[in-house]
Design a protein around this ligand. Structure first.
Ligand code: HSE
Length: 318
């Protein structure tokens, strides 16, 4: 039996002003998936740990399973003689809390497709794997958005210029950017956090949003952490979703008071992230944000790192 184990990191999607089109990877936490060959053709999920038994083992409803099934279907269609009778078994170790806004489903999905592809001799490139990973997001929340899966797969800041056709732009990794992420012990399903969003926006809000999103990208290119922080301003999504996160406003105030250049919701929440330009500031900011949740008797975990430029990595192969 051969096997490949892959780690895929947590990701911060939206990045304030760039809803559904920008995300970046952080160092940890993340999910680890082992793909092994089996005699039984098709995909099976052997085990999932770290999820308190909440995720389905049925590959047709598990996000990682769905993505690997789509990958295998594609490979079987393009090369039935090589891939027709392939059997893959997946073991998933959840390091990421479910419904945390840190790209939990994406990390499992990306780790699974990268591991399966590697196990099969890497017939597809990383870029080719993205549409398959996006299928998992469709199952997870009803929308095949790529702002978590793309950075989990490739690392760094990734911009989705267009979904149809898919047009992915890799941005540079600012060397002086530090990120504080705080994940309160609350759960918010992306599906629910998408339902609260209005389907139309006022032109005035749209003007503010594309000004900020463009400035964010400019800040990323010029290592300007102050501009990046200012450009997190989000007049469309944050006001709607902040109401779903008890303690959000206080945690944001605490981050800014501690010197963060900007702070916003990570993905669909309830986690938050803040930008700063040194590790010591980032650690203090994380503590301040955690403190705001403590005052409400809500436990929280914090993670401090720079941008993870690697994305998914093969950690074991035999
Ligand atoms: N862009 C998605 C959303 C990310 O905000 O709904 C979900 O993590």
């Amino acid at each position: 039996m051969r096997s490949v184990t892959v780690f895929a990191p947590a990701t911060v999607a939206n990045v304030g002003s760039a809803f559904d089109v920008l995300g970046f990877a952080i160092a940890k936490p993340g999910d680890t998936v082992t793909a092994s060959t089996t005699q039984i053709p098709g995909i099976q999920i052997k085990e999932i740990s770290g999820d308190d038994g909440r995720l389905p083992l049925d590959p047709h409803t598990n996000t990682a399973g769905v993505s690997v099934l789509a990958l295998l279907k594609h490979l079987r269609t393009t090369d039935p003689s090589q891939f027709g009778s392939v059997g893959i078994e997946l073991s998933i170790e959840k390091g990421l809390p479910i419904g945390s806004g840190l790209g939990s489903s994406s990390a499992s999905t990306v780790a699974a497709v990268v591991a399966a592809n590697e196990l099969l001799g890497a017939p597809l490139t990383r870029a080719d794997l993205l549409p398959f990973a996006m299928e998992g997001e469709r199952v997870a929340c009803g929308a095949a958005h790529a702002d978590n899966v793309a950075p989990a797969l490739f690392g760094g800041f990734v911009l989705i210029r267009s979904y149809a056709p898919l047009d992915v732009v890799h941005l540079p990794t600012p060397s002086n950017l530090w990120i504080s992420v705080v994940s309160p012990e609350l759960e918010l399903r992306t599906q629910d956090a998408r339902k609260v969003l209005k389907k139309t926006v006022a032109l005035e809000s749209a003007i503010s949003q594309w000004g900020n999103a463009a400035a964010l990208v400019a800040g990323i290119y010029t290592d300007d952490v102050v501009l990046m922080g200012r450009a997190l301003e989000d007049k469309i999504i944050e006001p709607e979703r902040a109401q779903l996160i008890p303690g959000y406003a206080a945690a944001k105030v605490a981050a800014l008071r501690e010197g963060a250049t900007g702070c916003s919701i990570s993905g669909s929440g309830p986690s938050l992230f803040a930008f700063s330009s040194s590790e010591s500031s980032a650690l203090q900011i994380a503590e301040a944000m955690k403190g705001a949740f403590t005052l409400l008797s809500v436990g929280a975990r914090s993670y401090v790192s720079q941008v993870n430029a690697q994305g998914a990595v093969v950690i074991h192969k035999k």
